[in-house]
Design a protein around this ligand. Structure first.
Ligand code: ZN
Length: 117
């Protein structure tokens, strides 16, 4: 992810990223992750849900993984799970609709037709 949009996440949601998070995804998933962060912070600030701390956002088997420290409730866990599920149909390079496919190294990734290998 470009450093300027990674910084935007960390600066807008300091409570979600109290440490130095490892953000290892491409720009295409920014909107998805941003909306998830917005939802999670709102649930903590306005609805009394636990304050989540995220230590890592990565790609695994073509999907986004949002890894947290400590407790979250079922409502928050459901939101994280749903965002992770949606990442499987969003190109991780550009954010347009994508499908999961194998690349030349045999790894699964989610890409649109323009960015498919
Ligand atoms: Zn794309």
């Amino acid at each position: 992810m470009r450093i300027e949009i990674e910084n935007k996440l960390v600066q807008e949601f300091p409570k979600l990223f109290p440490g130095e998070p490892a953000i290892m995804i491409d720009d295409g998933w920014f909107d998805l992750v941003y909306q998830l962060c917005n939802f999670l912070q709102h649930s903590a600030d306005q609805c009394g849900d636990p304050q989540i701390a995220c230590f890592q956002i990565k790609e695994k088997f073509g999907g986004m993984r949002f890894d947290i420290d400590g407790e979250c409730n079922d409502y928050q866990a459901g939101a994280i799970q749903f965002a992770q599920l949606l990442s499987g149909v969003i190109c991780d390079k550009c954010g347009r609709p994508g499908t999961q496919q194998g690349n030349s190294r045999g790894w699964c990734q989610t890409r649109c037709t323009d960015f498919a290998e």
